[in-house]
Design a protein around this ligand. Structure first.
Ligand code: ADP
Length: 490
């Protein structure tokens, strides 16, 4: 059996369009439900009261008519026979609306003209079976009647049963119309109120959305420099804003303590470790009587000491950058000559590796700190060499894209999975810890590259495909004179 798809599709569409867990949705639904309950109760209350008033006024009139009829029969019977008195009273008090009939003890009936015309047998039957001295409302076919019945007495003798029936159909129909109008107006009012409330809540929650957008866009670099500021927000949000800013302040302080601690520890450890490394290396050089296991142990100790000194230097560099004490000596740098020089230097460090250089035909001049940029490029080439097979070349390319000068370092290694590409520039992030350890790095190289490039006003990015290799791109803004040349060439 196939179930129709549309209810599920409609539910999915609704879920996509409205966030049912949002405060806005829940407040709107809650207030709308309350207004439905409130307005419906008022409407029902009014309708019930109105109905009660109309019916009780009819019942009262029926009761009074019965009383007047008894009194009239009593008066007329002093001047004429009881039967004639009854006929007279009926003729005097009966109208189109009020039907009166008296059932005599012998079963004969004296009735008002409206009943005499016939067609009211059912009314007579209902009155005979169900009517009481206290008036009640009966529905007989399509009409409504207020009916009462009781003994008719003259001089303390029962001379028959009097029945009074008042036709209240017109009033009932009017009441129904009124009820319908009242319900329609209430439904429209509920709809209008719900829409108005939804807009009002949306508007009231806008500062909250702005608050979350601002907090989401708050970066670590802004800590201690900027604060969150919301204008024209409700006072509750200002309290939240203050609490958030105080929390940021505490974060900033603890971040500062941590940075100072890292900086002090790195500084204190660097000098003794450099001395240890120096002693180990000189012992290795001069120790002609060392056994092979001793030499191996000393070599491992020396390389670990070097790695730790490198780690401490990287940490110091990052701590300086974090505290804003990393200074750049910016000057015009021709990327063509610069990259060629650094590639030559890298070839000397890695004589067994093929490091290719692809130059740009046009001169590309950017504004950068020569030594820091050298550090960046050497780091990227070093990584490319470390993380790709030794028989594959590493290629350094210089090019231009619009107003940016670009240096690319490409390797043909295993590449970096997409999920890790966004985190690769984080401190100490190493996707493959086991493999990275054997290469002797610290996990800080790429975060230093990023810090230095951004410090020079540039950007570093990565394009990598698993199995094909990675391309790290550093792009820096061309300096103005270079830009002018580019515009002239165009
Ligand atoms: P380190 O090289 O000291 O481990 P980096 O910050 O330079 O630290 O690099 C972080 C991690 O990124 C490395 O451990 C390595 O797993 C990965 N990585 C860096 N460069 C490449 C590359 N060219 N190819 C593949 N993986 C790389």
């Amino acid at each position: 059996m196939q179930f129709p798809q549309w209810p599920r599709q409609a539910a999915n569409h609704f879920r996509q369009r409205f966030d049912v867990h949002s405060l806005q949705f829940q407040l709107t639904i809650g207030i709308a439900a309350m207004s439905v309950v409130g307005i419906s109760s008022v409407t029902l209350g009014i309708a019930w009261k109105l109905d009660y008033l109309i019916i009780s006024s009819h019942k009262k009139q029926v009761e009074q008519l019965a009383k007047r009829f008894s009194e009239s029969v009593e008066i007329y019977s002093e001047m004429m026979s009881v039967d004639e008195a009854i006929e007279r009273a009926i003729a005097y008090l009966a109208t189109e609306e009020n039907s009166i009939w008296v059932v005599r003890p012998d079963g004969t009936i004296a009735r008002s003209p409206s009943l005499a015309r016939g067609g009211q047998e059912r009314l007579l039957l209902v009155a005979d079976r169900q009517a009481t001295p206290i008036p009640k409302v009966f529905r007989i076919r399509e009409s409504y009647w207020a009916i009462c019945a009781g003994d008719l007495q003259v001089d303390a003798h029962t001379v028959g049963t009097i029945n009074i029936a008042r036709n209240i159909t017109v009033d009932r129909q009017m009441f129904r119309k009124l009820l319908w109008t009242l319900s329609s107006v209430s439904a429209i009012a509920i709809g209008v109120i719900t829409i108005a409330i939804a807009f009002y809540i949306k508007k009231s929650l806008q500062p909250l959305q702005k608050f979350s957008q601002l907090t989401a866009s708050f970066s670590a670099e802004q800590l201690g420099k900027e604060q969150l500021y919301l204008d024209s927000a409700p006072s509750e949000l200002h309290q939240l804003e203050n609490a958030f800013n105080q929390m940021l302040e505490r974060f900033h302080e603890s971040w500062e303590h941590q940075r100072e601690f890292v900086s002090d520890v790195s500084h204190e450890l660097r000098t003794p470790l450099t001395i240890v490394s120096g002693y180990l290396q000189s012992t290795l050089r001069r120790g002609s009587n060392l056994t092979d296991p001793q030499k191996e142990a000393l070599t491992i100790a020396s390389s670990e000491a070097d790695r730790t000194v490198q780690l401490l230097e990287d940490l110091l560099e990052l701590a300086r950058a974090d505290s804003g004490h990393l200074h750049f000596r910016k000057e015009p740098v021709f990327l063509n000559d610069f990259a060629s020089e650094v590639v030559e230097m890298a070839k000397q460090y890695n004589p067994d590796r093929a490091i290719e250089f692809e130059n740009s035909p046009e001169l590309i001049e950017v504004c950068a700190d020569f030594n820091r940029l050298k550090q960046v490029l050497l780091n990227l080439i070093d990584n490319a060499v470390k993380y790709s097979p030794s028989d594959r070349p590493v290629t350094v390319t210089v090019s231009r894209d619009k107003d940016r000068g670009i240096i690319q370092v490409r390797d043909r290694g295993p590449g970096i999975p997409l999920a890790q590409q966004t985190r690769i520039f984080e401190r100490f992030y190493r996707p493959d810890e086991a493999r990275s350890r054997t290469t002797g790095g610290t996990g800080l190289g790429l975060s230093i590259v990023k810090t230095l490039v951004e410090g020079m006003g540039g950007m570093v990015s990565l394009r990598s495909k698993q199995g094909e290799g990675s391309i790290f791109m550093v792009n820096l803004r061309l300096i103005d004179s270079n830009l002018k040349k580019v515009q002239q060439i165009k």
